[in-house]
Design a protein around this ligand. Structure first.
Ligand SMILES: NC(=O)c1ccc[n+]([C@@H]2O[C@H](COP(=O)([O-])OP(=O)(O)OC[C@H]3O[C@@H](n4cnc5c(N)ncnc54)[C@H](OP(=O)(O)O)[C@@H]3O)[C@@H](O)[C@H]2O)c1
Length: 234
């Protein structure tokens, strides 16, 4: 659908696969303007084609502050400050007890899951603050509020996302929101790497996005600072 006069401007990171891709397409179907990013050129090109040239997905690594800043400048020039900014890009570690996790893998997760969120917020927030409206949703998980064996690095970074987002919520002016969001359990590459064959028991990203997109569009300053969980998707 072509964006109409009530279209929201939505920015999502990690749109090449999984939840981010499904959300981008669903927001587009609902008539909103969507910008996104990921690291894989082929997947970015494929998504732009699938969105019929109406969305803007580009290759940006969220761990690189300069690339994120350049991307944000272009998004802001084109669509103005986002009404909804979703920090979705993320990675999980290979199963291992914490003391066997290679330092480089631990660092890589920290860079994407925490520094990535920080880079994106730093790049988009000044324009959102100047306008005084906008909702920031940072992807959390059940592993962001309790511990789990074998995915300690992932839990660590998602607990950091919860703390980051709740602190940001304390700093934002009235009318804005920062919300840590648990999407539930969805059949994506990330879930397959964690659950193996059991991932197939869970909803596909497309089915999930039909419920998640309207839910996210309804969030407002009322929910700022609350850890929210999407109701179960059948
Ligand atoms: N699936 C679930 O059940 C579930 C449950 C709870 C929370 N979550 C959270 O939801 C979010 C999405 O998860 P998912 O399951 O959709 O994961 P996924 O299928 O592995 O997709 C991850 C996305 O993040 C992008 N990404 C990773 N590193 C990036 C980087 N450095 N820069 C830019 N983009 C990057 C990937 O694209 P490229 O590889 O092209 O860069 C991909 O588009 C994550 O934050 C995850 O923690 C998922």
């Amino acid at each position: 659908m072509e964006p109409g006069p009530d279209a929201k401007s939505i920015v999502i990171t990690g749109t090449t696969r999984g939840l981010g891709r499904a959300l981008a397409l669903e927001f587009g179907r609902l008539g909103h303007r969507v910008s996104g990013c990921g690291r894989s050129t082929d997947e970015v090109d494929g998504l732009n084609r699938e969105a019929g040239g109406r969305q803007h997905h580009v290759v940006v690594n969220v761990t690189d502050p300069q690339s994120v800043a350049d991307w944000a400048r272009k998004c802001l020039e084109r669509d103005g400050p986002p009404d909804l900014l979703i920090n979705n890009a993320g990675m999980i570690n290979r199963h291992a007890p914490l003391w066997k996790v290679p330092l480089e893998e631990f660092r890589a997760l920290w860079e994407v899951n925490v520094i990535g969120v920080f880079n994106v917020c730093r790049a988009f927030l000044p324009a959102m603050l100047e306008r005084g409206t906008g909702v920031i949703v940072n992807m959390s998980t059940g592993a962001g509020v309790r511990g789990f064996a074998s995915i300690g690095p992932y839990c660590t970074t998602k607990h950091a996302v919860e703390g980051f987002t709740k602190s940001l919520a304390e700093e934002l002016p009235e009318g804005m929101a920062a919300i840590p969001f648990q999407p539930g359990v969805v059949q994506t590459d990330m879930l397959r790497s964690h659950y193996g064959e059991r991932a197939a028991d869970h909803p596909t990203p497309d089915r999930w996005a039909k419920v998640a997109a309207p839910y996210l569009l309804n969030l407002s300053s009322r929910e700022s600072g609350q850890s929210l969980r999407l109701p179960a998707v059948k």
